[in-house]
Design a protein around this ligand. Structure first.
Ligand code: AMP
Ligand code: MG
Length: 420
């Protein structure tokens, strides 16, 4: 999909969001209203009419977040400002901050912080671009084979975090899988990648050549994905590769890690009640000031229709839900959908489920593990859950199967309402 069209679709999505908001002040989450979608921002559903949206240039989008809001009353009748701000220029997705603020000025201040921080982290974790005055993942990939490269603490920390969780997650998410992932990325780009539910044929009728990566090339690339060859020096805060052909890709964890990092920053600034959503990542703050429970919807992988959530998850204060889905990013060859989550054993996209969501107290972990569970069969998933249970980490998992049946870990029963 070309970039302009994608932006236009994003704007259409925002308009729909705004419409919901107007209809239901106090949304996005309430017991009576449609729940916020875990992946609503990633979805450019077939029900939206892109022609009704105005074309907005990437530059216009990048300049400043779009925002709207109104004064409402909280449960005690006190006036608060319910603001919603959205921006489109980070992590290839839509980021939305919903904040029940003391006033509009405070809301705008927090929105600016959110945007600035997301931009900074987006650049650090970017493996496709380099930036002046900053060492991004792409810069590391270019230089770390020649010797240690000093990196920003927020880059060092996410690398350490990803290494720490590698074994407990059975090695499914390998941030050194870059050489393999970039072959899939190239194939997806050449096909004109699908994002959200759209015409299944587009990939093969776009006039471009739609091809799978060459198997031998995938195997050769996989010879340079040994995570043991990634050297981190905590004292010097440097990264080095023992294999110069190694390349990092933080796509499985970056968005959630950034979401948690920014959320912590917002809390430190004083933000109490609200919601931060980045694509398939939703992070809650505090309580709904109008006394309703926070709810996050599990999207229908077949339609991406946010009004038709398959289930709604009642969320605890401070928790996150992150979804990995085969409908979020994919291309089609001979009628078959190839998604963006690659099984490190087969080097091909995982085909076990259309979507898996993880509920956890940390958005970065929820993101890392949503990709992990997308790659795990049920027996492997039980082992991963056991590994975390031993460490005292409580996780919830929601699986959607290809018949749209929803199942979950036992600890979510009661909080998860599945649509009949
Ligand atoms: P998510 O949408 O969070 O499940 O992450 C998907 C992204 O993670 C992809 O777009 C790739 O950048 C990256 N990725 C895919 N498969 C793997 C894997 N097995 N290990 C590490 N990263 C992966
Ligand atoms: Mg993930």
């Amino acid at each position: 999909m070309n970039r302009k069209r994608r932006f236009a679709l994003l704007i259409a999505g925002l308009m729909t969001l705004s419409a919901c908001q107007t209809k239901a002040p106090g949304s996005p989450s309430s017991s009576e209203e449609a729940p916020a979608q875990a992946s609503v921002q990633e979805s450019r559903g077939s029900q939206e009419d892109p022609s009704s949206s105005r074309e907005i240039s990437p530059e216009e989008m990048a300049a400043k977040p779009l925002s709207q809001g109104e004064y409402v009353e909280d449960a005690e009748g006190k006036k608060i400002y319910q603001g919603q701000g959205t921006f489109f220029d980070t992590f290839d997705t839509v980021v939305t901050l919903t904040y029940f603020a003391p006033d509009e000025e405070t809301f705008q201040k927090y929105l600016t912080y959110t945007h600035d921080e997301f931009l900074r982290l987006h650049k650090l974790y970017d493996n496709y671009h380099e930036y002046e005055g900053l060492t991004s993942v792409m810069t590391v990939n270019r230089l770390a084979g020649q010797g240690p490269v000093e990196v920003d603490p927020d880059l060092f920390d996410i690398l350490e975090f990803s290494l720490d969780h590698y074994e407990a997650s059975l090695g499914k998410v390998n941030i050194a899988l870059g050489p393999v992932l970039s072959l899939w990325h190239e194939a997806r780009e050449a096909a004109g990648a699908h994002e959200g539910a759209e015409d299944e044929d587009q990939g093969s009728t776009s006039g471009k050549e739609v091809r799978l990566p060459d198997k031998a090339a995938l195997e050769e690339a996989n010879r340079h994905t040994d995570l043991a060859k990634l050297r981190l020096d905590k004292a010097a805060r440097t990264v080095a590769f023992d294999d110069p052909k190694m390349a990092l890709d933080l796509g499985a964890v970056a968005k959630g890690y950034a979401t948690e990092k920014v959320a912590k920053g917002l809390e430190a600034m004083g933000m109490k009640n609200g919601l931060l959503s980045a694509g398939g990542n939703v992070r809650l703050f505090g309580y709904h000031p109008q006394g309703r429970p926070w709810k996050v919807g599990v999207e229908d992988p077949k339609t991406n229709d946010r009004d038709q959530a398959l289930a709604a998850m009642k969320m605890e204060s401070g928790s996150s839900m992150v979804t990995s889905g085969d409908y979020q990013r994919y291309f089609v060859v001979d009628g078959k959908r190839y998604n963006h989550i690659i099984d490190p054993k087969t080097l091909y996209p995982a085909t076990l489920y259309p979507s898996v969501s993880v509920v956890a107290g940390d958005s970065g972990l929820a993101d890392f593990l949503s990709t992990t569970f997308f790659l795990c069969n049920k027996e492997e998933a039980a082992r991963v859950l056991e590994n975390y249970k031993k460490q005292g980490v409580d996780l919830g998992v929601i699986w959607v199967d290809f018949d749209n049946r929803v199942t979950s870990t036992d600890n979510l029963v009661g909080a998860l309402e599945v649509r009949e």
